[in-house]
Design a protein around this ligand. Sequence first.
Ligand SMILES: [Zn+2]
Ligand SMILES: [Zn+2]
Length: 437
Amino acid sequence: MRILWTGVAALALTMPAAAQSLGDQVQQQMPSLMTIYKDLHANPELSFMEVRSAGILAAEARKLGFDVTEKVGGTGVVAVMKNGPGPVVLVRADMDGLPVTEQTGLPGASKVRVTTKEGVETGVMHACGHDTHMTSWIGTARLMAANKDKWSGTLVMIGQPAEERGAGARMMLEDGLYTRFPKPQYALAFHDAAQFPAGAIGYTPGYALANVDSVDILVKGVGGHGAYPQATKDPIVLASRIVTALQTLVSREISPLDSAVVTVGSFHAGAKHNIIPDEARLQLTVRSYTDEVRNHLLDGIARVAKGEAIAAGLPDDKLPVVSVEKDEFTPSTFNTPDFTEDMAAFLTTRFGDKRVIKMPPVMGGEDFGRFSRDDKDIKSLIIWVGGVPQAELDAAKKEGRTLPSLHSPFWAPDAPAVISTATEALTSMAIKLMPKG
Ligand SMILES: [Zn+2]
Ligand SMILES: [Zn+2]
């Protein structure tokens, strides 16, 4: 079978583009796609500021004959190609980089520095690999345009802002993604994956990524001299009790068969040895899959904070203030199970069963789930595409070394493997979903 394919591939070089296999067409695009990738990688933009990146996607799609609208939900791009009767398929790439100073030491590393709106000077890096997403989006757009004779339907390709802030998908939907443009029956995306072999495809039927909430707790107290604690209400002791009591939400109140995380990632209070401050501040990340567990955790955090403050003798006007960052809520990502299994079977016929691997869900977040959250008729799938060469994975395992994760300043995916695999996977799935005739 393998020998036969090599023969077909060699033959394909002498054939016109449309008659070539999809894999060969992807390989032909790779030099040009890698030029685009290097440019995007060296010029990352933070969430809500993806102006240059969006411009590159929009210009490419326009050249290919898509009907392109810019500034949808901030810097979002919507590119529509109507190609006869049939279903509507949405393909999404996110565009934002992160406030991370790149330390890969590679040629072409990002040197971009900015001052954030909080006034912090920072490097900017595509540490989550959204540059591979945008490049594959362009590859997919090119291949879909070049193979118009092979599919019938409407392709809606979107460049989404601010995924890292959990805001971009919501902003595009609120700006009329499904009213101003054709509403999809299918939504597709991919994410590059660390700790996963380069060129492998991971899929997770059902819940794949978590609900993510950011919660702030302002713990009030009564400050005073450290030598006279009896005259104070110490907010550091109270906040410490709250942190400890919060641990019982997951361990004692949520079923062991449900997934949940409450992490206190930040605890700030005080300025000097002998002063009891009058407040402490906590920052939490709260994760779950179902709405039910999410609501229980959020209600529980408010209840625990209030209860501990009452136990510490704080009056009503000094109870903790618990705020949930509504704008940064990322809903869980749910891959439609039967659709996911169908697409995985299809990808297996194309890439082989060694490259298509079922993956367990993770508690990371991704706002792609929003595109199907309010309409169960939209079948949705986000796949992982591995970015670590197998030899590197094997060496790390042997040496007991941990490999950089997504968001690490050292994350350097095998970009050609990610981009070629993702482009072929997204294009072949989109064509499969919009069969001709
Ligand atoms: Zn990320
Ligand atoms: Zn990401």
